[in-house]
Structures are given as structure tokens and as C-alpha cells.
Design a protein around this ligand. Structure first.
Ligand SMILES: Nc1ncnc2c1ncn2[C@@H]1O[C@H](COP(=O)(O)OP(=O)(O)OP(=O)(O)O)[C@@H](O)[C@H]1O
Ligand SMILES: [Mg+2]
Length: 314
């Protein structure tokens, strides 16, 4: 049972070709990604992309139709109890007793779960910066403070991975910034892997080390934030040419060249990096003059613009 996680000891979560179908609708489609210790990963996608469904499968609230999810060394299919012990999650708003203090709420939770100590309560409330408010009643808490309490509670049993569905929903900009701060600290201090979902690109870029982009239940791309994009095997080039028609005709005979579109004296094509010299030679042999050749890069921002049809929310 110990395969990929043993090969790389730092992997704490592995989704392997996970599919969820409800009725005849495929909500999550063949989704695979991994997360390592100490890493903050964003599950980014537009409304209805399948983020909540994916998270509900990871925390064991719903079953998968196909594939497997491994948490540390355990498959949630074969070893549910052991796997789930390593997960702390907040899916919907956590319920608290509002007339009780934050501390009493956490103690209440401590009594219901094994191995949680008062020392651990102190530790987690410090991590989320809630020490000073612990003796206040929860009904006096702001949304941001309630959320800190929720995260503190999710951390009590010392999970390896913390999962938060749209954690910034409803928070004001200051609240979001604070949250970003303590999340990074928790990931670092506890070596915790944190998975957060959101439909807001700008937020994910600031909070995460990596984003997993999903759309219509499928993986679109996985990108590291703040690092140069790895060179892609495929390139999209915009060519300014002497004769667009002749270019089109010539390219139709070239295997592996996809015509994206034409505009005036420009033509856009997608092809493999290795094929570029061959194509340039073929065009030149056919008598096409090439004046310009520019790479069209699709950034995360471009993809995001497509989802939102140009309207940046955030
Ligand atoms: N129990 C269900 N039965 C049928 N369809 C469902 C069910 N749960 C979710 N869906 C559908 O699956 C799709 C993905 O839903 P999901 O809630 O996972 O998306 P999401 O990415 O979390 O979206 P949002 O950003 O709006 O929270 C949606 O079209 C939703 O209507
Ligand atoms: Mg959702």
C-alpha cells in the first residue's frame, strides 16, 4: 500500500485520476495532483468547476466514482480512518456555541477528540493569533476571528494537511491579508500542507506556492507561483508574412501544425518547439517571406480572463 508516498516522503496528499459522477453528470473528471509538506496550494477555478466537490472527496464527506486519494501513506479507500486522521478541514462554516468563549468551544472539541491537550489549544491559538480573544464569547467575534477559531479547531488534532474551501469569502481586504500571514506561518512552523480553494486569481497568487487550475471538473494546468514558467513543449507563434494564403496552404501539409487564425497579414499557429525550424524552412521554400515571428504566451491571467470573460473580480 505504500507506493508513491514512500518514494517521496514529503508528499502528503495525492489525487490519482479522481472522478466523481452524479447521475450522468461528470463533476470531477480524471483529476490528479499532489501536495508536499509545508506547501500552500490553491485550487483555482470558476464557479461550478468542481472545487468543493474535490475537497469533499478529500475530507471523506462524499465518495469518489473512480480513482484514489492518498493522504500520507494511506488510501482513503482502503484505510479511511487512518487517512482521515491526518486531515483538518473546514468546508462549510464551522458551528460554534456563540454564548461560550472561544476557549470553552475549543475545550468542548478537545473532550470529543482523542489526544488533544490544553497545551495544544494554547499552541494553535497562538498560531492563528487568537490568544487575546480566547476569553471572549464567540458571539462577539468578527468573521475573521470566527475563522481563526475554526482553523484553530481544525489544527487541534495535529493534521498533516489543512483544507479550506473559499476561506477568504466574506473577509475584508485587511482580514484577507492577516489570514495570508498566519497561513504562511502555520505552513512553515507546523510543516503543514494547506489546500485552499478560490475563484480569485489575485488572491491565490499572493497566498500560494502553487496553483492547481480546474475548469469543468478537469485539470487545466498546475503552476508554481513566482517562478519562471517552465518551457512548454508547444508554442503558439504569430507570423507576419508576405502571403497569408500561401502560408496557409503550405502549413496544411505540415503534420503537427495547428492553425489558430489569420488577421490581415498575420497568421497564428501552434506547434511543437522542435518543429519550428522545419516549418520556417518549408515556408521559405514555398516562397513565403516572414517579417515577424512572435510567441503568444498564455499566462494564468489570460486563462482567468477567459473564464471571467474579461471581468476581473477582486
Ligand atoms: N450533489 C450534486 N448533484 C448534482 N450536481 C452537483 C452536486 N454537487 C455539485 N454539483 C454540480 O457540480 C458542479 C461543481 O460543483 P462544485 O460545488 O464542486 O463547484 P465549485 O468549483 O465549488 O463552485 P463554486 O466556486 O461556485 O463554489 C456544479 O455544476 C454543481 O451544480
Ligand atoms: Mg465551491
Amino acid at each position: 500500500m505504500k507506493t508513491a508516498t514512500q518514494a517521496n516522503g514529503s508528499i502528503v496528499l495525492q489525487l490519482d485520476r479522481v472522478t466523481k459522477r452524479i447521475g450522468n453528470k461528470t463533476i470531477v473528471n480524471d483529476l490528479s495532483f499532489t501536495m508536499s509538506k509545508g506547501e500552500i496550494v490553491g485550487l483555482l477555478g470558476p464557479n461550478g468547476a468542481g472545487k468543493t466537490t474535490t475537497i469533499r472527496m478529500i475530507v471523506g464527506l462524499i465518495s469518489m466514482t473512480e480513482g484514489d486519494i492518498r493522504i500520507r501513506d494511506y488510501s482513503i479507500k482502503d484505510n479511511f480512518e487512518k487517512a482521515i486522521r491526518h486531515v483538518g478541514g473546514i468546508i462549510e462554516n464551522p458551528e460554534f456555541y456563540s454564548y461560550m468563549t472561544g476557549m470553552d468551544n475549543l475545550k468542548q472539541f478537545m473532550r470529543m477528540s482523542e489526544g488533544v491537550t490544553e497545551a495544544r489549544i494554547k499552541e494553535v491559538t497562538k498560531l492563528v493569533g487568537l490568544e487575546l480573544a480566547l476569553d471572549k464569547k464567540v458571539k462577539t467575534y468578527s468573521l475573521g476571528m470566527r475563522q481563526r477559531l475554526g482553523i484553530a479547531q481544525a489544527l487541534l488534532h495535529n493534521p498533516s494537511i489543512l483544507i479550506l474551501d473559499e476561506p477568504t469569502n466574506g473577509l475584508d481586504p485587511a482580514g484577507i491579508r492577516e489570514m495570508r500571514g498566519y497561513m504562511k506561518e502555520i505552513a512553515e512552523k507546523e510543516g503543514l500542507a494547506i489546500l485552499v480553494s478560490s475563484h480569485l486569481l489575485s488572491e491565490m497568487e499572493q497566498m500560494c506556492n502553487r496553483v492547481v487550475v480546474v475548469q469543468e471538473g478537469k485539470l487545466v494546468t498546475v503552476r508554481s507561483i513566482g517562478e519562471e514558467k517552465q518551457s512548454e513543449p508547444q508554442v503558439t507563434l504569430s507570423l507576419q508574412v508576405s502571403d497569408v494564403e500561401l502560408t496557409e496552404q503550405t502549413l496544411k501539409g505540415q503534420a503537427g501544425v495547428k492553425l489558430e487564425g489569420t488577421a490581415n497579414d498575420r497568421i497564428t499557429i501552434t506547434l511543437l518547439h522542435e518543429e519550428v525550424p522545419t516549418v520556417v524552412k518549408a515556408l521559405s521554400n514555398a516562397g513565403v517571406g516572414i517579417y515577424r515571428m512572435e510567441e503568444q504566451k498564455t499566462t494564468l491571467e489570460d486563462q482567468f480572463m477567459k473564464w471571467t470573460e474579461g471581468n476581473r473580480i477582486a
